[in-house]
Design a protein around this ligand. Sequence first.
Ligand code: C2O
Ligand code: CU
Length: 459
Amino acid sequence: MTRSARALLISIAACRPDVPVAVPGAPGELVPAIDLDPDPDVVEVALRAEVAAVDLDGIVSEAWGYRDLGGTGEVTVPGPLIDVPAGARLRVRLENALPESTTLHFHGVRLPNAMDGTDLTQGLVRPGETFTYDFVVSDAALYWYHPHFETPSQVWKGLYGAARGTGDSPAGRDRVFVLSDLTVDAEGRRVLDVPLDQRRDGRQGERVRVNGAPAGGTIALARSERWQIVNACTARFFTLATTGRPLTIIGTDAGAVAVPYERDALRLAPGDRVELFVSLPAGATTELLALPTDRAGRVPAGETVTLWTATRTALDGLPPVIATAAGALPVSSGTPGLPVRSVRLGQGVAPNGDPIFSVDGVPWPFETPYEEALGATAIWDVRNDTDYDQAFHLHGFFFRVLEVDGVAPAHATLEDTAEIPRHASARLLISFDAAGAWMFHTHVLDQAELGMMSHVEVR
Ligand code: C2O
Ligand code: CU
């Protein structure tokens, strides 16, 4: 903890006991961001990133979080849920009250490059500075926001939240779930700093949280629900499954899929989103489980965690609802003759012995930018030569996974984040329809920060 952060914490905790501490939401209960603009086509939100004293299961400890200046005035971890009707404009004024620089990146939103929130596109928002993000949210889907500077450490400390492009829902009720993890010390306080050996593997918290609350909460299920889930962990991969029934997948990173499909279990990489359709007979219960998950030989797979239990208590006698096909973004078909670019994700050791990660053998920020012509469609053949499963993420575009190790996925979906298993490769189909400098990196955030990050210039 820096001295100013500690002083702030003490002043909040000791001298101003009347200052409300944030109460983490129960599952399904994120705090909604307050829209300051009466125009229905504009959502305006004012967030202040700051160091705060946050209640963690009854123990107050330091976290970094977002205060919704238009809302209750509390800092919440995760940050407020920002809802924007698809097609409307979102304006977010970010004030930086942190002791270091930050930015805000809206992960997955297809926005103008100048609003992408990376130091390539805007420089940094220094302590005391303000920056306003202003763009149209064109697609109905679940997104999330997080800093794009010192990303692993700032996300780890609590700076992340969900943003949603809203539209028609196939279900009677929508819920957003932000999955995260953290580690606490012997006193139950959030551990903020992580040693290098944990960062090499990608820091992974010991405890899983759901919308900021401990995993294992309960919800009363409506007749049919859509669960929009984002994995906001710095490195943890989830293997999701429900007891007693398969998962019904109705959406991915880009929103609704053309045809819903079922899976017994689904891996959700860091940064990734999925939308599940859930409908149970009256009186029935299901648990959403996170099963033990192998992401690297040296990282323990862990135990099964019950993320939450859902019970349909209504005694209306109505039968469960079956998911039906919803609209979706077009998925291009046919790829012969497209240029193929090879991308290699690597790992190594720096001359001083520190772990290092790379794209095409070069660690960020020393990359040579890729170049693609505006309007071009290409195949990126991304090979993961590391000993870790990776979450490959590209800013600014959705892509379609054509193959993983030569095998086409059973379902065509559009993604901005896709898992590439260790020592495997994936072919991604991408249409570069927006100009600018767009970053791509693993969403195992420490490994991105240790070098597995690059960018593509589209012009
Ligand atoms: Cu979720 Cu480059 O970010
Ligand atoms: Cu992103």
